[in-house]
Design a binder for this molecule. Structure first.
Ligand SMILES: Cc1cc2nc3c(=O)[nH]c(=O)nc-3n(C[C@H](O)[C@H](O)[C@H](O)COP(=O)(O)O)c2cc1C
Length: 400
């Protein structure tokens, strides 16, 4: 199942390093070619010789090793790999790679590798739950790193909690599914908008909405993993900027419109997940509005309709819109689908206890001309992957 797949396995210094021996064995048994690199700390737990015997290749541990660089140096190792797998990944190594440190072989390989990266963390539950580790994992997510989450249970230190490395069988299975997952959007250009726009009232204040950008960013990650070339055009959010896509930061609806139309000609699929302000203040003065009057009246001007303008193009891309509704979800969503000539619309409820703006979870009712599908409440990353699969199915159905 992993025949001729090249897996570069980095072993770092935790108790679970012994499990990497079993992992090497399982990967080899599946037909993978495995090369092992180790941190200095890892060699205190397991001898490199054991990995050498199991992998059938010399084990690399040093960055500044003249002989190793002469044979298969760090850049060649990084280029060689189809997948870079760090298992177990210590809190220390996660911190180093999240911040771009490159002071040993494993962290340098992380920076040099252009292939997909998987990490299987293993550590004491307090280390796992520490805000520093959790922040580092969020940063790694923005690099496109795939997390093989640790499990809960009794730990080597005798305590109970989350932090045990996922079992070697499970990690091996992840590798198998990695290579058997088709790149359903390979070579397609996708433009995604995300977040809320800000419409300035004066140099200090602006009108905006509750969109967090989480759904649009999750879609950008999912599309990227499906092999697409992604452009993410985003309003101001609290989210970390994804690394492996073309990222355009905007503030107003008009700026988003301009940014979208700069990219739209070569675009195959357009996903409008941003909550674009329908109106902007007609006047935005250069001076702060003073608190003199009891009442003031704002006059608003309609903003350009990005979604409708994209769908109206002569060579329009496959266009997907979003609808956030507080009532009559299907009626409003279907009306928007038809009125704006969209290929698909993903509708969700807002103002309810679960799902919608700002939440980490959501559910979607997706409609197209002659069909619909419900994607049940789940975290936005999983939901985004499901929606990307659905979009690709409809895209190919309409473009054959
Ligand atoms: C007995 C022992 C067990 C350890 N187990 C872990 C562990 O499971 N996870 C972890 O993140 N650190 C663990 N550490 C701490 C790491 O070894 C330490 O942070 C080290 O600097 C990691 O280096 P590396 O990331 O370069 O491999 C352990 C330390 C000792 C002494």
């Amino acid at each position: 199942m992993l025949s001729q797949k090249k897996i570069l396995l980095a072993v770092t210094g935790g108790i679970a390093a012994y499990k990497a021996l079993e992992l090497t064995h399982l990967l080899k048994k599946q037909g993978a070619e495995v090369r092992v690199v180790m941190t200095k700390s890892a060699t205190a737990f397991i001898q490199p010789l054991s990995f050498q015997a199991l992998s059938g290749h010399a084990v690399h541990c040093e960055l500044l090793d003249v002989e190793a660089e002469n044979a298969m140096g760090h850049i060649e190792l990084a280029r060689w790999a189809d997948v870079f797998l760090i298992a177990p990944a210590t809190a220390n190594t996660l911190a180093k790679v999240a911040h771009g440190l490159a002071d040993d072989l494993v962290s340098t390989l992380y920076l040099a590798a252009t292939c997909p990266v998987y990490v299987a963390p293993a550590m004491n539950h307090a280390m796992w739950n520490h805000p520093a580790t959790q922040t580092n994992l969020k940063i790694l997510q923005t690099h496109g790193v795939n997390l093989i989450a640790p499990e809960a249970g009794e730990q080597a230190c005798g305590e109970v909690g989350i932090g045990r490395m996922s079992e070697p069988e499970k990690i091996c299975h992840k590798m198998i599914s990695h290579f058997s997952t088709p790149q359903i959007l390979k070579n397609l250009n996708i433009v995604i908008t995300a977040g809320a726009t800000r419409e300035p009232l004066d140099p200090v204040r602006y009108l905006t909405n509750r969109s967090s950008g989480k759904m649009g960013y999750a879609l950008a990650f999912a599309a990227q993993k499906a092999g697409a070339n992604v452009t993410l055009i985003s309003g101001v959010t609290q989210l970390l900027q994804p690394q492996n896509c073309h990222f355009v930061q905007i503030e107003t609806a008009e700026q988003m419109h301009t940014a979208v139309f700069e990219k739209i000609e070569s675009c195959d699929i357009f996903i409008g997940a941003a909550a674009v302000a329908d109106y902007r203040p007609i006047v935005c003065g250069g001076e702060k509005i003073k608190k003199n009057a009891e009442q003031i009246t704002l006059t608003l001007q309609k903003n350009p309709d990005i979604l409708a303008d994209v769908a109206a193009l002569e060579n329009a891309p496959f266009t997907v819109g979003f609808a956030a509704e507080t009532h009559e979800l299907e009626r409003y969503a279907r009306d928007k689908l038809t009125r704006k000539k969209l290929n698909m619309i993903a509708a969700n409820w807002v103002g309810r206890e679960k799902g919608g703006f700002e939440h980490d979870e959501n559910a979607l009712d997706v409609f197209w001309q002659d069909g619909q599908k419900t994607l049940e409440m789940t975290d936005k990353s999983k939901l985004a992957r499901q929606l990307i699969v659905l979009i690709s199915e409809r895209f190919y159905a309409e473009n054959i």
